[in-house]
Design a protein around this ligand. Structure first.
Ligand code: SAM
Length: 280
């Protein structure tokens, strides 16, 4: 029996219509939406926890603000919100009550340790310094530090709680070529050969600062979400080519687009994209 069938078999059939068939399993914690269930939520959450073999069930909630924090975490089952995730040879600890994690980005966080289409974006020519402007708990910085052991990685994040986990994660993975800074990236004027912008929302607002801090011929890895209409792609086969409007926008910001791909759908009409940009 599939997990959902097992779960449903233990719950009154009148409620089956309201039971979530999808959830996010992050380490040994599940995030799901039981908001349509009025009574016995805790009992139902316990059944999900048993079948899915996790210690905690968290109600799905909004991720908000510049720091991308989960709002008012509601525990449906269990108490522990700290979990550990293994991705491409790196272990990350984080507290899901305070910090977001996107399971959908997994392959794209692998830098040089995963699929070729990802490592092509993350292959740089002997960089001396790479700066990650939105390092979080280390999703990209630690993989890049592992992939480039001779390079100094500077990992910046504004959120002190993310920085605590980033420091712990670097230590637990025996990474020592990483310097960690708790600040707004726009306050940091350090120079680099590569600047990583792993952010969604208003990434373009950080491009001028990145341009000023990049060495000649420097590279930016740019993440953002755009409407599919604006990108102008009609079929799957067009992904990987560089959309004209995007190339023009980057040109206006003094960058040339070298590579472009979709990471995943981000809502029904929007896509999370990644681009490799060269400083003009
Ligand atoms: C959405 S998270 C990164 C998600 C991650 N890329 C992933 O794959 O799951 C963005 C991070 O940027 C940080 N941040 C937001 N604005 C910032 C700023 N101006 N300077 C430095 N860090 C910032 C937040 O604290 C957060 O940790």
């Amino acid at each position: 029996m599939k997990p959902f069938e097992q779960i449903a078999s233990k719950i009154d059939s009148e409620l089956h219509h309201y039971l979530p068939r999808k959830w996010k399993k992050i380490g040994d914690i599940v995030i799901l939406d039981l908001s349509k269930i009025e009574n016995e939520k805790e009992k139902i959450a316990e059944i999900y926890a048993q079948v899915l073999n996790v210690k905690t069930i968290i109600q799905k909630n909004k991720i908000s603000g510049e720091l991308r924090k989960p709002e008012d975490t509601e525990l449906l089952y269990g108490k522990e919100t700290v979990t550990e995730i293994s991705e491409y040879g790196i272990k990350y600890k984080l507290d899901l009550a305070e910090i977001m994690w996107s399971p959908g980005n997994t392959g794209w966080r692998s830098a040089l340790s995963g699929p070729e289409k990802v490592s092509e974006f993350y292959t740089f020519d002997k960089p001396k310094t790479i700066i990650d402007y939105f390092a979080g708990i280390g999703y990209f910085s630690i993989q890049m530090a592992k992939g480039y052991p001779e390079t100094e990685i500077i990992a910046i994040d504004k959120n002190p709680r993310s920085i605590e986990y980033l420091t712990l994660n670097a230590k637990n993975n025996s990474i020592d070529n990483i310097k960690i800074i708790n600040d707004d990236c726009r306050n940091i004027e350090l120079k680099a050969d590569v600047i990583h912008l792993g952010y969604i929302g208003n990434t373009i607002d950080f491009l001028e600062h990145a341009h000023n801090c990049l060495n000649d011929n420097g590279t930016v890895i740019f993440h953002e979400a755009y409407r599919n209409n604006w990108l102008g792609f009609k079929s799957r086969s067009e992904w990987g080519t560089i959309p004209e409007k995007f190339a023009k926008l980057m040109d206006e910001n003094n960058f040339t687009v070298q590579k472009f791909e979709r990471v995943k759908f981000y809502g029904p009409s929007t896509s999370h994209i990644i681009a490799k940009l060269k400083k003009n």
